[in-house]
Design a binder for this molecule. Structure first.
Ligand code: FE2
Length: 232
């Protein structure tokens, strides 16, 4: 499998490129609008054809590249079925498998950070969006976030996968690139809790400022990052 972890330093977002083989079809997870040209160059250089672009959830901190990539490459755009983005070409359901060439992504509904958060399992890797971060977890205080749902997604869904599963998050602010579920279960401070109530207590105390781009990014991302047409 061809696999690349790409980074947007402005929003500390990881974007993932996956493809079955050289010359084959490719998919991107969580592409950033400002990086679209770079993704397209890399895809060309690797002799790949982009056929799918996926967002794990409606991002609040950057504008998605989904719409632009679809415009440029005719790829399909995918989010989970709970997404409010009516611009996507397909909404994937919990438990289903999305296939691109030789790559199979099992769709896992993992709400809590937002109510439209999904994770994607590909063999021994799980792309967790902001549901599970390395030594952290996604905030739950906006976009219908819910710490109780997040606890359930973390403990009853992600941590039920094999412990050696590699964790590839949607963001990292310290430069960590990959972890495993075992490692996170043992060392992630957010996971050292015994109940959903205890998790909610931690999350409700965070009092984080809103992301700088939130007011722009959320409405833009509901339209796949494409500017809404101004009325004539
Ligand atoms: Fe997020």
């Amino acid at each position: 499998m061809i696999f690349r972890q790409l980074f947007d330093s402005t929003s500390s977002t990881y974007t993932y490129l996956l493809a079955g083989h050289t010359g084959g079809e490719a998919l991107l997870i969580d592409p950033v609008l400002d990086k679209v040209q770079e993704y397209e160059r890399l895809i060309r250089e690797l002799g790949l054809k982009l056929v799918v672009a996926i967002d794990t959830h409606t991002h609040a901190d950057h504008i998605t590249g989904l719409g632009k990539l679809r415009q440029n490459t005719d790829c399909r755009t995918i989010m989970g079925e709970r997404s409010g983005a009516d611009c996507v070409s397909y909404r994937a359901k919990d438990g289903e498998t999305v296939k691109v060439d030789g790559v199979a992504l099992k769709v896992l509904y993992t709400p809590g950070h937002t109510d439209d958060s999904y994770s994607f399992l590909v063999d021994d890797r799980v792309f967790t969006g902001d549901t599970l971060l390395i030594r952290g977890s996604g905030r739950t205080d906006f976009q219908n976030g819910d710490p109780h749902a997040a606890y359930d997604s973390l403990f009853n869904k992600l941590l039920k996968l094999p412990g050696e599963t590699l964790v590839y998050p949607g963001h990292d602010y310290k430069g960590w690139t990959v972890s495993t579920l075992d490692e996170e279960q043992r060392h992630n401070p957010r996971l050292q809790v015994r109940s959903a109530a205890e998790y909610a207590k931690i999350m409700n105390k965070l009092k984080l400022p809103n992301p700088k781009m939130m007011d722009v990014a959320v409405p833009a991302n509901r339209a796949c990052g494409e500017a809404r047409k101004q009325p004539a």
